[in-house]
Design a protein around this ligand. Structure first.
Ligand SMILES: [Zn+2]
Length: 272
């Protein structure tokens, strides 16, 4: 039986069989891969930590005929700051889900591995929604779907005005001439939100906390990026919808969410 190593992040963890978990790993060398972690739902399992969502570990994996199996996992980082804060864990889930739907198995994406790993670390001190938005724009760019955020995506003319039409169908902003009477799939955004998205895309990701946005822009940008990514990959982003719902509920609550129950996140991402 052949064995291989994977320096990888757990981006999805689903219950599998009686006591196993089916992991989706995103590795530095091989990109996305799936492997079963046997017996990790038993309370005394030594491999439990290595099967937890978001964990960064060195995996030793047996290649199977149909499914690979984790032989050993040596965790390097469990990102306790993510698990200690609801907003951070929702952003990490949103990042992991987007990475999962945007990539295919068996193809390496070294830039996306580095971006995801550094984003999980940066969640410790950077606004989670800011990081999630910057991540989405960068992921789209790496995969060849960089949205046009300055000139019209149809005719190339520079767009002015306080409201700008943003169309995932056209791959970015669309001028009023091109928009005409055509019904294009999209939405109107404040020009400030479009300018802010350009900053999110070009700023140093480690210095995102220098950028300032207000609640209106934040809501507009996060929901527009969800819309853009869902249209681009033709899949729903469940964790993004959940984050948006909780953000709305959060406006009526005082204080932040407490410690996160891993089961909720794991089981939600476990839906297929
Ligand atoms: Zn145009």
């Amino acid at each position: 039986m052949s064995v291989y190593q994977a320096d990888a992040l757990v981006i999805r963890s689903r219950e599998y069989g009686e006591s196993d978990r089916l992991l989706t790993l995103f590795s530095r060398e091989q990109g996305k891969l799936h492997a079963v972690a046997k017996g990790v739902r038993k309370p005394k399992s030594k491999q439990r930590a290595g099967a937890q969502l978001f964990t960064y570990a060195d995996f030793l994996i047996y290649r199977g005929r149909t499914l690979d199996t984790v032989n050993q996992a040596s965790p390097k980082e469990s990102f306790s700051h993510i698990w200690g804060d609801l907003d951070k864990s929702l952003a990490a889930s949103a990042i992991a889900e987007l990475l999962d739907i945007g990539t295919v198995q068996g193809q390496p994406y070294p830039e996306l591995f580095t971006l995801t790993l550094s984003s999980f670390f940066l969640l410790e001190h950077i606004d989670p929604a800011l990081l999630q938005s910057a991540y989405a724009l960068r992921l789209l760019t790496y995969l060849g779907y960089r949205p046009e955020l300055l000139d019209c995506a149809v005719c190339g003319k520079t767009i002015h005005g306080i409201r700008i039409y943003f169309s995932p169908e056209e791959g970015g902003v669309v001028c009023s001439d091109c928009l005409g009477d055509n019904a294009r799939l999209g939405r109107w955004l404040q020009a400030g939100s479009v300018a802010f998205m350009r900053q999110l895309l070009t700023s140093d990701v480690t210095k995102l906390d220098r950028l300032r946005w207000n609640d209106g822009m934040k809501k507009e940008i996060v929901t527009s990026l969800q819309f853009l990514c869902e249209q681009t990959f033709n899949k729903r982003l469940k964790s993004w919808s959940m984050g948006n719902r909780l953000a709305n509920v959060g406006q009526n609550l005082s204080g932040k969410g407490g410690k996160v129950d891993e089961r909720n996140i794991v089981d939600r991402t476990g839906e297929s």
